[in-house]
Design a protein around this ligand. Sequence first.
Ligand code: KG4
Ligand code: ZN
Length: 342
Amino acid sequence: MTDPKKYILAIESSCDDTSAAVLCNAKVLSNVVATQEIHKQYGGVVPELASRAHQQNIVPVVHQALAKANIDKKELSAIAFTRGPGLMGSLLVGTSFAKSLALGLNIPLIEVNHMEAHILAHFIEEGSMSQPQFPFLAMTISGGHTQIVKVSDPFTMEVLGETLDDAVGEAFDKSAKLMGLPYPGGPLVDKYAKLGNPFAYDFPKPKVEGLNFSFSGLKTSILYFLQKQTKENPDFIAQNINDICASVQHTILEILMEKLELAVEQTGITQVAIGGGVAANSGIRSRLKEAEETKGWKTYIPKFEFCTDNAAMIGIVGYLKYKKGDFTQQNVAAKARYAIGS
Ligand code: KG4
Ligand code: ZN
């Protein structure tokens, strides 16, 4: 028997992307993302500006999502929204909007944990995307997060390790900034790395026990390295940008892969799913492919638009919770710190 058609409107506003999506069950009908360009000139996200931009974007983005899906708001079955974690001022915009709309339409409200959504994005039904089997390991890597999670079923997740300081995307972006590259520098490091020698320069890897990560030391060692080199040769960066990017990326990938290997070893789970903006990195993609061949892992990467912050991933969690009847009361408040499973 096929499930009855349910239409979920989902809203994501945890950081600097205002996004709205409409899902029909597990299928995405629309997924609109307004990326806030204003932060580029500051070299990073400015929370106050993000909150203001969400306020400007939220109504047109929701309208666009409904129009693209060709769904009238009266047809909606529920409204899902990101409750946290994220920037408080940003979360408040999506939370208040979702609460008022659900109240106005008299339909259920469903709160979603953003980190769980990055993981459950793998369960969006999308032609070419295959879905991991439970239990699996999920590594979420983005500008705001770096986590390895054991996923036993959609609602039983255990964080095995996470970053103690910077997120991996920040490590990419901050390294890029030291090389004079514009924000966000991750994709540029990836681009130049393809042309360079990953073994040209040696950067120390952090000594962090277990499955936690640390990236702030790497940034400092790159800073000292570049300061020393440019003192001797002011054109050092321009002349060696490909090799520097390749070596930085290689170090970051080594850190990620070592932790993933350890997680596989500790849990015996060889299903490995990754998500988050850094999953776009061509290096991590080829390292995972390689692990399929050499280590017998089965790896999963969602379509790119479901990797970066987006409302479709909030919608899939909304749909799964809708089926369980797991609804949220109107007195719910946004939660800037919101651990998985809490
Ligand atoms: O998921 P996302 O869009 O937003 C956050 O939740 O942070 O991730 C953005 C991060 C940025 O740090 C960006 O530099 C990084 O993902 N990124 C990449 C690549 N594409 C995006 N990092 C390395 N290589 C890439 N190709
Ligand atoms: Zn995110």
